[in-house]
Design a protein around this ligand. Sequence first.
Ligand SMILES: Cc1cc2nc3c(=O)[nH]c(=O)nc-3n(C[C@H](O)[C@H](O)[C@H](O)COP(=O)(O)O)c2cc1C
Length: 356
Amino acid sequence: MSRLFTPLTLRDITVRNRLWVAPMCQYSAVDGVPQEWHHTHLTQFASGGAGLVIAEATAVSPEGRISPEDTGLWNDEQRDAWTPIVAGIRRRGAVAAVQLAHAGRKASTWSPFARERGSVPLGQGGWPTVAPSAIAFEGYATPAALDPAGVDKVVADFAAAAERAVAAGFEVLEVHAAHGYLLHQFLSPLSNHRDDEYGGSLENRARLLLRVIDAVKDAAAAVPLLVRFSATDWAEGGWDADQTAVVAGWAAAHGADFFDISSGGLVAHQRIASVGPGYQVELAARIRAQAGVPVSAVGMIDDAEHAERVLVDGHADAVMAGREWLRDPHYGLRAAGQLGADIDYWPLQYVRARRG
Ligand SMILES: Cc1cc2nc3c(=O)[nH]c(=O)nc-3n(C[C@H](O)[C@H](O)[C@H](O)COP(=O)(O)O)c2cc1C
């Protein structure tokens, strides 16, 4: 009996297996509106056997976009463009999730497809960025420190985006508190030098994240909520696994259901101990054990047997993959075959290709 192909229930939503698609920016939206590309990109993973499909970091406000080509959920046109995409994912038997995000000081950057690197200048489609403190990410434009009204607006934007996501049909939400984006910038002492109620102590640095969780829960009470954390900054004096475990416990008490454990992205001078297969699994296992919360592991877990082992060893409750799904959008079907799992969601149209 494969653990990877055992269903997992989040509140009232049952996900058919534990091999999930990690959120991946496509830098292909127009004014925050997802396009035909996003439809094909996301629905193919559902056809390919994924359990949960998490749509890319989707900005809760225009200034929260990483690049001008990011998707958004700050207006109704964007909501309406997501609706058929979400329906397509669900029709193929997967659960549709979206990652709600604000990039903070890492906003307004060139997409990887541009020739230029770093911040997009104001005259060329860029915009002024905001952050907990006026400290730039190395090589990027200096952000303005958010004032209390600005912090309140971030909270309200997350809530409004959550409401639109649910209206579009998304069944699960993820709050992006990782990879050096705004909520992570508030958590880490390296980017948060505030001396008000949002800076200093761990409780203060976690305040914005907890307010966002409360607001999202108010907007979408019954909807399962994931939080993605970077469990370490991989930098001296930064955010680490012990702080993540404490704040994950608080987040769970505020209604978050599940934790997606990644790492890094806050500072350019990070030094990752060693990058290789499953290099972040140990962090996921630590948060799971210390906080007593369900977690997913992600990061170079590229084959079915490895993913199965992560679960059987009790390191995580689900496994996400990013790039392996890009290499093979039918990774889920292949993984089920490899593990001898008898799934009933091979697309009928493709059954003639099934082995075993
Ligand atoms: C093309 C691409 C886009 C990504 N965009 C996001 C994103 O929108 N949000 C996020 O949290 N992580 C993003 N990531 C990180 C992935 O979610 C994942 O954590 C990372 O790729 C490690 O998993 P992998 O080794 O299975 O690819 C992205 C990764 C890739 C390759």
